[in-house]
Design a protein. Structure first.
Lengths: 208, 208
């Protein structure tokens, strides 16, 4: 553009469309809902079911999980400890941009290490990272095992499998614990919805 | 969740909130507007000015540029050729997720290599990648040089600087060419707005 035009049009400055304006447009706050828990604890199922509810309420949402991240943004990464850290770092950085966009970012990754989760928490302003612990015992997760992963981990075919050959560090102070072992899916969804309503992140037509 | 509940609730399946439903909610199509051109050609300025207009029209948008990517998602990358390829790859993968979210993703990177841009184009369905060439001669870009980068590149302080010591591969068949050398910023914005309207990506209140 012509230089004089740039100088005249001070209104055309970088980032005039702020997160605050986007949130006002969307009529809800944007946050990261970080689902963590063992494999088969129900993180992804819960995140997608919650997203359906939120969408019906008119919210802007997106679910990140292995399906859309591991084959794309992180396809250069394996499952070594270093690569798993880097995977979570990138998901965190991406989720940060999504909340800048006014979107409720739901992430469904085992994310077994406290340091990784805390690193993501520190990326965003206080209150924007909501750690949701999907609490389900190893015994029950292993019994579900829809993809046969635990079986392959037990046989040694999969190395560094969380809960079997790699630790899962239980969240110490998660914003929310959802007992996915005993609650139905619908009850689990309502549990998060109630939290979002109480925290004034989303105002739901039925709940408020 | 209880297994029987999972089986009963077939409605709670993965990814029930599709891109199509998000686009319907937003009342515009989601695309990638990929701005490419020399440093100081006005990519980022144009992208942000366009975003302001689109936001006022009620669209969901996000601008990716060096500011929010190089310090975050790609902070592990330098400026070697390999790292520049990887930078563009990640931006492309991220932009892909943004269009899945129903957002118009505007990216403002020099992205000097055709192969990189074509790689991003192939990531998404046909018609969703809109290459916008910000056409401005090296002489004019170098004269603008708001950050003194060309000067530092000429002195050899910055290596591999596009246009000076590294090539810029002009787009062969971009969807749109914006002559940012001669157009004012407002004219440049209108040029893209008209294109988006003609392509029925966004229906503008004033233009339609």
């Amino acid at each position: 553009m012509k230089t004089d035009d740039n100088e005249k049009n001070v209104v055309w400055h970088h980032a005039t469309v702020t997160r605050k304006r986007r949130e006002a447009q969307n009529r809800h706050r944007s946050v990261i809902l970080w689902f963590t828990g063992l494999s088969s604890a129900g993180k992804s199922t819960l995140a997608h079911a919650l997203e359906e509810q939120l969408h019906q309420e008119g919210c802007r949402t997106f679910v990140f999980d292995g399906d859309n991240v591991r084959h794309g943004l992180c396809k250069d990464l394996g499952f070594s400890e270093a690569d798993r850290h880097e995977n979570i770092r990138r998901v965190g950085e991406m989720a940060k941009l999504f909340i800048e966009t006014g979107v409720i970012a739901l992430t469904a990754f085992i994310s077994p290490f406290r340091t990784d989760r805390e690193q993501v928490r520190r990326l965003v302003p206080e209150g924007d990272f909501i750690e949701v612990y999907c609490k389900c015992s190893l015994a029950v997760c292993e019994k579900r095992d829809p993809k046969g992963l635990y079986q392959r981990a037990r046989s040694g075919e999969i190395k560094h499998f969380t809960g079997i050959s790699s630790p899962y560090e239980i969240p110490e102070n998660p914003e929310l614990v959802v007992d996915t072992e005993t609650l139905t899916l619908d009850e689990s969804v309502q549990c998060v919805m109630t939290f979002l309503n109480e925290q004034k992140i989303v105002r739901f037509s039925e709940l408020s």
